[in-house]
Design a protein around this ligand. Structure first.
Ligand code: SF4
Length: 120
């Protein structure tokens, strides 16, 4: 997995990405997801990460800030023929593509993230 060398989480405690429970509705899982979202949101290989987690059927942990339930939903949507943001060849916003699939503007960030960047 060559993409892992560029992962934004490579120096982060792996336990952050593996809540003690697989119950996605638990407060513990929600807190882990909130903690990893900003890391995954700026990760340059988030799409590779999510694709790998989907393709290998990862049933545990947060991959690209998705829970096992999120990934099951994506796999069900794929099976049903719903357009897949991971497989989509149109450039997606690298900052939020996995959390809020938004098309990139001119190959850069989406309008929402551009606004956030300008306000910061
Ligand atoms: S998307 Fe998140 S979990 Fe995946 S490699 Fe990047 S930082 Fe790590």
């Amino acid at each position: 997995m060559g993409w892992q060398t560029a992962a934004a989480c490579r120096d982060t405690d792996p336990e952050l990405f593996f809540p003690l429970t697989d119950d996605d509705t638990s407060l513990i899982a929600a807190r882990h997801k909130m903690a990893v979202a900003p890391i995954c949101g700026r990760c340059p290989v988030a799409t590779d990460c999510l694709r790998w987690a989907l393709d290998t059927g990862q049933e545990h942990g947060l991959w690209a800030a998705t829970t096992p339930t999120d990934r099951r939903a994506i796999r069900r949507a794929r099976s049903a023929g719903v357009p897949d943001p991971v497989a989509d060849t149109d450039p997606m916003c690298p900052a939020c593509s996995l959390l809020f699939p938004m098309p990139a503007v001119d190959g850069d960030l989406c309008a929402r993230c551009t606004e956030r960047r300008e306000a910061a």
